[in-house]
Design a protein around this ligand. Structure first.
Ligand SMILES: Nc1ncnc2c1ncn2[C@@H]1O[C@H](COP(=O)(O)OP(=O)(O)OP(=O)(O)O)[C@@H](O)[C@H]1O
Ligand SMILES: CC(=O)N[C@H]1[C@@H]2OC[C@@H](O2)[C@@H](O)[C@@H]1O[C@H](C)C(=O)O
Length: 398
């Protein structure tokens, strides 16, 4: 029998596994690396985060990815090369992180790699039903496995698509298994490039859990500041806080059809980008010259409003609700102030649930890999509109 298959079988039968969860999102800030110890599976899953780091990308890497990111027309030679290159860079960053933590790669049971999303194309977004729902994450799993010597699970979104989903959001699975509560209804809001939440009904109420994207989180703010100032983000919302949101531009931005669609739904920077901002500005038919600060304040409020409206829709008629926030947007004071004002005494950091909010998504991919290795798809049958499948392709090192 192939030695790697024997090892795989042993790993799947262990009482607990060491899994490295990886997330590299739409913000292109860096690779989130979470070393997790996971015991059990299904609703008995117990996760301990042993180490976490975000290994920042070099500018050159970002520039390569930007060449193909969320673009309809690209150089296929670059895309092809990046599928290997992203994996090589990620594998090196993992090995560096393990060295920093003093951990031998031999000790790790598996890597759970999200890869780098370069295009997200559900039919609801393309408006074209000749091709099926699709999404593309690059950074091939075989390259990870060979470079690190660690069994790698990757490309989690394809099974979700194949089984009838849109390939996202996948957070619902881990959220449901780890954070459902008998005491309160929970909204687990993640503010990455795109904002999304998982609704976890209070256990026993008979309501169904589900997850959905909401709209732009940080992506439009990041794109704007990068385009005009060459910076990666509006650190601590400094520019946005110095401006004033324009009500007409805000109204026009909020009129996007996507925002009115029912849950669950998914989106990406393919829809929420600077072209959309330009379109909205043109439509205003005003001669008004907006300052950069006012535009940033408007984009910040646009993100906040889409989240607030989405959460209000989800919790209508319910009481005893808490909103737990994770993702980079948690560090944006203007966004958080608006959320807290909309839901007084209900909003707090994900840290309240005992997990580093910046590590959450990477941990959830480790949980998905754990379910594939040791769980049962029936563990997740009660999530609305989410196929109950095990996800992630398995790559062997030898
Ligand atoms: N101090 C801060 N002030 C303002 N914004 C911040 C701050 N820290 C982080 N952010 C925002 O958070 C972003 C990173 O968020 P995160 O790492 O959650 O995104 P991601 O994982 O790339 O996204 P996604 O979940 O959409 O894939 C930054 O690019 C920035 O926009
Ligand atoms: C296609 C894709 O990469 N989607 C990401 C993105 O980032 C946030 C939001 O858009 C979410 O739908 C998803 O990631 C999270 C981890 C998810 O699948 O739950």
């Amino acid at each position: 029998m192939n030695k790697s298959i024997v090892k795989l079988a042993k790993i799947s039968q262990k009482e607990e596994r060491l899994i490295i969860g990886l997330m590299s999102g739409t913000s292109l800030d860096g690779l989130d690396i979470a070393l997790c110890r996971i015991a059990g599976s299904g609703t008995s899953t117990e996760l301990s985060l042993l180490h976490f780091t975000t290994m920042p990308y070099e500018d050159e890497f970002r520039e390569w990815v930007r060449q193909v990111f969320a673009k309809r027309e690209i150089d296929h030679q670059v895309l092809c090369g990046l599928n290997a290159y992203v994996a090589e860079v990620h594998a090196r960053l993992i090995l560096d992180a393990l060295t920093e933590w003093g951990i031998d790669p031999e000790e790790i049971d598996a890597i759970a790699s999200h890869g780098q999303t370069v295009f997200h194309a559900p039919q609801s977004l393309t408006g074209d039903n000749r091709l099926p729902n699709s999404t593309l994450q690059i950074g091939d799993g075989d390259h990870f496995a060979v470079r690190t010597g660690i069994i790698t699970l990757s490309d989690f979104r394809q099974k979700h698509l194949a089984a009838g989903g849109e390939g996202a959001p996948l957070a619902a699975y881990g959220d449901y298994l780890l954070f459902s509560s008998p005491d309160e209804h929970r909204i687990l809001l993640n503010i990455g490039g795109i904002s999304n939440f998982t609704f976890l009904p209070q256990v026993g109420t008979g309501l169904e859990a589900y997850a959905t994207d909401l709209g732009p989180g940080n992506t439009m703010m990041n794109q704007y500041i990068f385009h005009h100032f060459g910076k990666e983000m509006d650190l601590d919302a400094e520019l946005a806080l110095s401006g004033k949101a324009d009500p007409n531009l805000l109204k026009r931005l909020i009129s996007h059809n996507f925002l009115a669609l029912p849950f669950p739904k998914t989106t990406g920077p393919e829809l929420f980008n600077l072209d959309y901002l330009s379109l909205c500005l043109e439509d205003l038919h005003s001669n008004q010259d907006f300052s950069h600060a006012d535009i940033m304040a408007t984009l910040n409020t646009f993100s906040a409003e889409t989240m607030i409206e989405g959460i209000k829709r989800a919790i209508e008629g319910l009481e005893n609700i808490k909103v737990y926030v994770s993702g980079g947007g948690l560090h944006n004071p203007m966004l958080m102030e608006q959320l807290k004002a909309a839901f007084p005494n209900a909003v707090s950091s994900f840290l309240q649930l005992g997990l580093d909010p910046d590590a959450k998504e990477a941990c959830l991919f480790a949980v998905l890999a754990n379910e594939t290795l040791a769980g049962d798809p029936n563990n997740v049958t009660s999530i609305k509109d989410s196929p109950a499948v095990s996800m992630g392709k398995i790559s062997l090192p030898y």
